[in-house]
Design a protein around this ligand. Sequence first.
Ligand code: ADP
Ligand code: UDP
Length: 242
Amino acid sequence: MKIEKELYAGKAKSVFTTDDPDLLILNFRDDTSAFDGKKVESLSRKGAVNNQFNAFIMQKLEAAGIKTHHEKLLSSNESVVKNLEMFPVECVVRNIAAGSICKRLGVEEGITLTPPTFEFFLKDDELGDPMINEYHIRSFGWAKDEHIEQMKTLTFQINDVLTQLFREAGLLLVDYKLEFGLFQGEVILGDEFTPDGCRLWDVETRKKLDKDRFRQGLGDVIEAYEEVATRLGIEFLGTFTK
Ligand code: ADP
Ligand code: UDP
């Protein structure tokens, strides 16, 4: 498989086409952004840590019967993925209140949500990723009814798998964002699952071990990601060539 051209450079990853139209290469960069791209910094090792973290989680999900775009690791900071037709929406599940829901609804950070709650956001940085509902998704044709249902079902199934996985590592999965796309007519998990797109707290101390360390200027951002990875038993390959 040969790398062809850069299709898109996002805030944290670059997407490349290959000589196989069904496959793309995701390059996880060290760039770290928050507040819809208003705060940006390069954090050493982040690309490699997130690429391999993501591969580990995607493999766990596959083992639990959830289809993902992940094909294989290509290098320390690149992965081969299926070329999905992405839905322009983000699916968020919250097990514990944190972040935007606290501001929006005036609730205290740390409250357990029973049952966990689900929110859709429109993927549009210029608009600040506004929260939307299923009627917006239908009216604007961002996804069909059956695909909306599948995204919700899969997002909750993933919650069951990952809350348990993290709990066994002494971590609370507070919330997370997923993106889905279509591949040969089927809804498949795309993008990434890393500490950039979820909140993880130590179960005892509730220490934040995710991108909130960057958002809130708490320091030791990548050290925290590495601590999570170590607790999960992820072994980093370091730098390896293709
Ligand atoms: P952003 O676009 O939010 O700045 P990234 O820097 O992570 O985010 O860029 C990666 C882009 O690649 C995102 O727009 C994401 O929707 C898209 N993407 C992720 N996985 C796939 C896939 N399997 N097929 C096609 N596009 C994908
Ligand atoms: N999230 C994300 N990308 C986004 C928006 C949110 O990965 O564009 C993740 C975020 O890291 C958190 C969850 O989705 O784990 C819920 O985010 P929230 O709505 O609280 O927004 P925030 O205040 O984090 O911007």
